[in-house]
Design a protein around this ligand. Structure first.
Ligand SMILES: *Cc1c(COP(=O)(O)O)cnc(C)c1O
Length: 485
């Protein structure tokens, strides 16, 4: 299987290299060369389990030995607390696709339980070592740390923006175990961390100093992160057919709480593979750079970075949009390169009308303020006794105001307990200092079970306390790398 860079069609890598490398050497993102030729047969998937469907999808993207790929998938999803992996829950106005039943209670687990196994398969028979660098807005960090903990031939360093993740998210990361893992806070925001990490990937001098160790990424710029996310769109569709909510072939909508555009891009890829999708709706919080883009065609990150109660979506540079634009421009690498240069130089770009028209045909968009998010959590709890996390609530609010035809699925990306200060505040109107007391109170009131991994967090030892300036990340990596393993 061949992957090309979005910024240069002449850079072509096989799937294993694309997976290990993460980002193309020219700064572009890897996309599968003949994606347009790949199609799924939905009818054949009706009686299949999650892992069987995952296998059918992933073998379109990776050339691994089939039995080994199957085993990897089974091992990864045995770590979920339900064999359905991503169950659907029916509410009055939409179906909620719960993506948070993995080991760290965020949707990132769907990809990050599997990615380490894919990387191990790609490393098989080599003595290559991989250093995973990850920038996180809160959830990727923990899910990646848990996935790569003590995995052979790999080390992982996670950077998160100090004071810009939830207390539970921070505690999850700072208590991380594993001899090959390091966590560091940076003074800055997620975009600073992601941009610095991307620059470090492209820094040849730094790479030389690491010898046989190569950088890779656990962010959704990595195809190994993106592809497993395609699966649950298809599984959700099949579930709706099986439950007689729709007939095979009916078009449905997905509303996706969006930050880096990874999750919703996976939905777009599912559609390309043949999944009948009417609209993909991109839901943002007040950092609504994507809403502006999808309505005007101008992407402009020159604006204030706002801290919200849905911190995992506090992002102004949505990396994966580049893959979508590459596809909508019929793989026009020079055009994409020029847009990305505009973005780097001026912090903005404008797409042509042809692309804007295609965007508007396929995507809806909307956003929610913190107040609207909080009101939605309260309303859905009171009316339907269903507890939304703030990210899912953003999507739910956006869903309600769109005029969507047919059945709609809202992606639920995190357990409400990961953000219990905001959720307890919305539902109970309390704002205790102690997160764990809030967790208990929220449980007593709602009887929604607290995930085990979060309950145990209060008794875990703090193992990571480093805080650095964003300019010092490269230096930090060189020092940290020596102490790992
Ligand atoms: C990462 C994340 C998102 C955004 O997903 P993207 O793939 O970055 O668009 C939404 N909600 C939660 C809870 C997340 O962790």
């Amino acid at each position: 299987m061949k992957y090309r860079s979005t910024r240069d069609n002449n850079i072509i890598k096989d799937d294993k290299i694309a997976l290990l490398q993460g980002l193309s050497e020219d700064g572009g993102l890897f996309v599968l060369e003949n994606l347009d030729d790949k199609k799924i047969n939905l009818e054949n998937l009706i009686d299949k389990s999650y892992t069987e469907i995952a296998f059918k999808i992933l073998k379109l993207f990776f050339s691994f030995d089939e039995d080994k790929l199957k085993t990897a998938i089974e091992k990864a999803y045995s770590k979920f607390s339900t064999s359905k992996v991503t169950p659907l829950v029916e509410l009055k106005n939409a179906h909620i696709l719960e993506l948070f039943h993995g080991p760290t209670s965020a949707f990132k687990d769907v990809a990050l339980t599997l990615l380490p196994y894919l990387i191990q398969l790609a490393l098989e028979g080599t003595n290559q070592e991989i250093l995973i660098l990850t920038a996180t807005s809160g959830d990727t960090g923990k899910a990646a740390l848990e996935g790569f903990k003590d995995v052979k031939q790999t080390e992982i360093i996670v950077f998160y923006p100090k004071g810009k993740v939830s207390k539970i998210q921070e505690l999850q990361m700072r208590t991380q175990e594993g001899k090959n893992a390091k966590v560091c806070a940076i003074e800055g925001n997620f975009d600073d961390a992601q941009t610095a990490v991307k620059n470090i990937f492209l820094d040849e001098e730094l790479q030389k100093k690491l010898g046989n160790k190569k950088f890779s990424s656990a962010n959704s710029i990595n195809i190994g992160r993106l592809t497993p996310q395609i699966v649950y769109y298809i599984v959700a569709y099949i579930d709706l057919v099986k439950n007689k909510k729709i007939s095979l072939g009916d078009k449905i909508n997905f509303v996706v709480p969006t930050g880096n555009f990874g999750d919703i891009l996976a939905g777009y890829y599912a559609k390309k593979l043949g999944l009948p999708i009417n609209k993909l709706v991109c839901a943002s919080n007040k950092n609504n750079v994507l809403y502006d883009f999808l309505t005007t065609g101008t992407y402009d990150r020159n604006r204030e970075f706002l801290k919200t109660i849905s911190p995992s979506m506090d992002i102004l540079i949505s990396s994966n949009l580049e893959r979508l634009l590459y596809d909508l421009s019929d793989s026009d690498d020079k055009y994409i390169k020029s847009l990305m240069e505009d973005l780097k130089k001026n912090g903005k770009y404008q797409v042509n009308n042809e692309i804007l028209t295609k965007l508007k045909e396929q995507f809806g968009s909307g956003y929610a303020s913190d107040k609207e998010t909080s009101d939605t959590i309260k309303k859905v709890w009171e009316e339907e006794k269903y507890l939304l996390d703030p990210h899912t609530a953003v999507a739910y609010k956006v869903m309600l105001e769109q005029n969507l035809e047919g059945t709609t699925v809202v992606l639920s990306t995190a357990s409400p307990y990961k953000f219990c200060t905001s959720v307890a505040n919305a539902v109970l109107n309390i704002e205790d200092e102690d997160e764990f007391k809030l967790m208990e109170k929220l449980y007593e009131f709602t009887k929604v079970a607290i995930p085990e991994n979060l309950k145990n967090l209060s008794s875990k030892e703090i193992r990571h306390s480093d805080v650095i300036k964003k300019e010092d990340m490269a230096k930090y990596i060189l020092e940290a790398e020596k102490c790992l393993k």
